[in-house]
Every structure is written in C-alpha cells, then in structure tokens.
Design a protein around this ligand. Structure first.
Ligand code: ZN
Length: 252
C-alpha cells in the first residue's frame, strides 16, 4: 500500500471500530498517520426511550435516560486515545432509539435490529450518506475503513451503504472490516482477506482500547466469558497463529 497519511474509519456505534479494526487503526497511528474515527449513530435519544432501549441500558449498566449516550461517548474518547485516533461523534440515533415514519418503535423486540429492516427509513439513508460525503471532503483521507456488516445489524448495513455511496468516485479506496464480536465462531467471509500483520504494540493498544468500554463489554459478553481471551483467540484463528483483522475491498 502506498504511504497512507490520513485514515478515516466510519464506525456505526461507539465501540465497533475499536472492536473490529482497532489493531489496524493503531498500527496506522504508530506509523505516523493521522487517524480519524467517526461514529455515526452516537446521537442522544429523545425521552422516554423504548422498552428495547431500556432493556439494553439495564444490560449495559447504563442510566435510563439520554445521559447514557454521554457516558458511552466518554468511553469512546478514552478508547480512541488508546488507539491514537481522533474522535468524531455524529448525531444519528441508534436503531434502538428510532421510530418508523409511522411513529412506531423501529425495534419491537431485542433482536429486531438484526431483522431484515429496510434501509430506507424516511430519508435516513440519504442523510447519513450526505453526512459521510461532507466528512470525506473535510478530512480528505487516503484510505477509508468501515464495516462489512457481518451479522446484518441494520445500523451496520446503513453505515456500509452510506460509505460506499459517498465514497463512489472519491480518490480513497474503501476497505470493509469483519464486524466483531458478530463474526466470532463464523467461518471467514470468502470476500475478506487478512490485513498486513499489525505490530504487537498496536495489538496492545487495541486490547487497552476495548477495556475502555465497560458498558459494552457487559452488554456483549456474559459475565463468565473472558472477552479478551475470546477476541484474541478469534484474531489468532483468522491469522492462522498470529493475530489478524480481516479487511476486504469495498465494492458497491
Ligand atoms: Zn455496532
């Protein structure tokens, strides 16, 4: 890869970039690149929040109001400091906080975000795409990373679609990361390939960054599961012995 001076990672939620591509991003930062991580669905919800959102907050040990997002934003800033990345938070609402154009909650049950929900929710897809286009123009990256949407979370699918639309015709190539932890235990997606090996200090940065998200660790892993061991084991499986993150060229 030619010299990469500026990297833009577009993350759906406040944890995805670190979980899925943290070592790659830290590696670029250690090599002197300017690394920007933009999290799209980081907006504070209107109250009252939905029953699904309340259950999500209980699982994460989060307060039952909009201050939960401020708390998660602070976790993300701490994590990005560990990676050596600059943090940007956008105001789109997470699927658990959104309503349909008809006024119903988008997520009527706690796994609904993985259902085949349409990406065209009002003008959301267009708004997200226009926002990503503005960010691309402002940062002018040499490389763009975003999620492959493994697991089919609706916000991950929206992010992938918006980034591929916004970056079409732009000079920077787009690479898609394998979404973690959703990809754990699944065979590697055939279109994804292993990244060049990141330095060991980049991996140490990744583990320290993920530890900055205690609410998401509580949400994503049962208390008896060692999240760090599980993620390390997954990375070593993907790299056939040495840890790797999988990335694939983004094709729209
Ligand atoms: Zn996510």
């Amino acid at each position: 890869m030619t010299t990469v001076r500026r990297v833009l990672a577009v993350s759906p939620h406040l944890d995805d970039a670190a979980l899925s591509a943290g070592a790659t991003l830290a590696d670029f930062a250690i090599r002197g690149a300017d690394v920007h991580v933009v999290t799209l669905f980081a907006g504070a919800p209107h109250e009252p929040i939905s029953p699904v959102a309340r259950a999500f907050h209980v699982r994460g040990g989060l307060p039952q109001d909009a201050s939960a997002v401020a708390l998660r934003s602070a976790e993300d800033r701490a994590a990005m400091d560990q990676l050596g990345a600059r943090t940007h938070h956008r105001g789109f609402l997470d699927a658990i906080y959104r309503r349909t154009p008809e006024g119903r909650w988008l997520c009527g049950h706690d796994q609904a975000m993985f259902d085949e929900l349409p990406l065209d929710q009002g003008d959301l897809r267009g708004e997200v795409c226009r926002d990503v286009r503005r960010i691309l123009a402002a940062i002018d990256p040499d490389l763009v990373l975003t999620c492959a949407a493994v697991g089919d979370h609706v916000d991950h699918r929206l992010t992938r679609a918006a980034v591929l639309d916004a970056a079409a015709g732009a000079r920077a190539p787009v690479l898609l990361w394998e979404d973690l932890p959703y990809a754990i235990g699944r065979p590697p997606p055939p279109a994804l390939s292993e990244t060049p090996a990141a330095r060991s200090d980049a991996w140490e940065r990744k583990w320290r960054a993920i530890a900055c998200y205690p609410t998401q660790i509580r949400m994503l892993w049962p208390a008896h599961v060692d999240w760090a061991a599980q993620l390390r084991s997954h990375a070593e499986t993907r790299g056939q012995g040495s840890p790797a993150e999988l990335l694939a060229p983004g094709l729209s």
